[in-house]
Design a protein around this ligand. Sequence first.
Ligand code: INI
Length: 156
Amino acid sequence: MNTPTTIIGKLDAKGLKVAIAAARFNDFIVEHLISGALDFLERHGLDATYITLVRVPGAFELPLICQKLAASGRFNGVLALGAVIRGATPHFDYVCAEASKGLAQCMLQSGVPIGFGLLTCDTIEQAIERAGSKGGNKGVEAASAMLETIRILEQL
Ligand code: INI
């Protein structure tokens, strides 16, 4: 029986350059996503010297900044980190929709892997759960997905 040619992305960050765009809005959550992502990248071989951290106002600004970072040609991957938490008005829906659409568009247009580390939560409790407690850390997951995608793309 033949076996398929299988391509996998190794979680090895050595030699890469990565940019992180992180929203300042809900910073008490986003700081945990940032520290989780930095810890993951460093534990997988990336020296902090090769990481550029850009602070942006909120999730709505993430696509523009990520687009600029991706188009610069200076980074193998870009990580978008933020937390949108539902309030009393439909504002949440607009911010989530535009941020997620914009980040997907940015990845497809630039060809640079974008890690989607944007929490979209109904409550603060849900956000806390996903920022390094019982729901894991979405900053780590997004960093891992970005790294895996970088290493897959290199082989295609
Ligand atoms: N930005 C966030 O990152 N998270 C939120 O929960 C949020 N809410 O709920 O309003 C939010 N709004 C700000 C938005 O991203 C822009 O920065 C702002 O509208 C200015 O353009």
